[in-house]
Write a protein that binds this ligand. Structure first.
Ligand code: NAD
Length: 311
């Protein structure tokens, strides 16, 4: 990881200083990268200022002098609105200086990622997307995994910045392919967490102890991350959120969001993916209830309740 300040660091504008973007921007500043930040929430700007980020009065001011413009927003609509300007405001594409590179780290639809990249290119800019995994802990520690969609030259340009904020960087292909990798991974994760949780509830009904099931399956063909790292029952994996009433972790609402992005891609591409669609329905319902506040492994409690059992 590059942590030594140099005069050659690009000037970065960072927009969206929330749970993820805030600590990512701080890591850049601490590595000597000059960062001008902006968020629509004043409290996020206060935290940024305390951490050495230069705070701009507006998104236009943030990007005016930037060489790399990073966005970390909740959804694709936020990214589109920011790039093109919403409610009559000047968009980032109009405000940015010639030669700038747009780097979107938000998790958004593949088609939206390609659309905003095309808008940037048509306006004469370079464009990349680099959605992340690793959560808030990874953002704070600078250990995120980045899945990059960009032409080769743009990937080379942004790599040193990603290397500061992350520990694993994979160039997945052209624009859109970073989102594709992220969404495919999280579809597997959502489906496998439901499968592991259903198996534990079945085991409970059959009288099979959690630890015995874990000891067998973790070394057998049912082994997967949802079981061995994020085990949905307390006990076998002491660091899993289940040991702490499903706090903290990867929220059910974020899993629901990612599965809905997968469903959009499934439908747009005519894929027969019944398990992915069913997982999206299951997590949509979960995210409207307890899943709004719990790690996504809390889905096991919904399965228990639907099976006529208490939590
Ligand atoms: P967040 O809601 O905490 O942060 C988003 C920030 O963007 C907010 O502070 C919001 O005020 C700001 N914002 C919205 N519109 C803006 C605009 N026009 N200009 C400036 N700021 C604006 O969300 P987050 O948890 O940081 O997630 C950001 C992205 O990262 C999402 O796409 C999410 O799916 C993805 N992600 C999150 C996690 C996680 O664990 N939180 C993990 C992986 C990926």
């Amino acid at each position: 990881m590059n942590t030594s300040p140099t005069d050659t660091q690009p000037r970065v504008a960072f927009l969206g200083l929330g749970h993820m973007g805030g600590p990512m921007a701080v890591n850049l500043v601490q590595a000597g990268v000059p960062v001008t930040g902006f968020d629509v929430v004043p409290a996020a700007l206060d935290v940024a200022r305390e951490n050495g980020i230069t705070v701009a009065e507006s998104p236009q001011e943030a990007v005016r002098d930037a060489q790399v413009i990073i966005t970390m927003f909740p959804s694709g609509q936020h990214v589109k609105d920011a790039y093109t300007g919403a409610d009559g405001a000047e968009g980032l594409l109009a405000a940015a200086p010639a030669g700038a590179t747009f780097l979107d780290c938000s998790t958004i639809n593949i088609s939206e990622a390609q659309e905003v990249a095309n808008l940037a290119k048509e306006a004469g800019f370079k464009a990349a997307e680099a959605p992340v995994s690793g959560g808030v802990v990874g953002a704070q520690a600078g250990t995120l995994a980045f899945m990059v969609g960009a032409p080769d030259d743009v990937y080379q340009e942004i790599y040193p910045l990603l290397d500061i904020m992350g520990a694993r960087i994979v160039h997945c292909g052209e624009n859109g392919m970073g989102q594709a990798a992220k969404i495919c991974n999280n579809m597997i994760l959502g489906i496998s967490m439901v499968a592991v949780s259903e198996a534990f509830v079945l085991a409970e009904k059959l009288g099979l102890e959690h630890q015995a099931m874990y000891d067998v399956v973790s070394k057998a063909s049912g082994q997967c991350w949802a079981l061995t790292t994020n085990c949905p029952v307390p006990g076998p994996v002491p660091t899993s959120p289940a040991n702490n009433d499903y706090q903290p972790g990867f929220g059910g609402a974020l899993m629901s969001k990612d599965l809905n992005l997968a469903v959009t891609a499934i439908e747009e591409n005519g894929v027969s993916a019944q398990m992915g669609q069913l997982a999206a329905e299951i997590y949509q319902k979960f995210s409207e209830g307890e899943g709004a506040r719990q790690d996504f492994s809390g889905i096991i409690n919904t399965i228990r309740e639907d099976s006529g059992d208490k939590k």
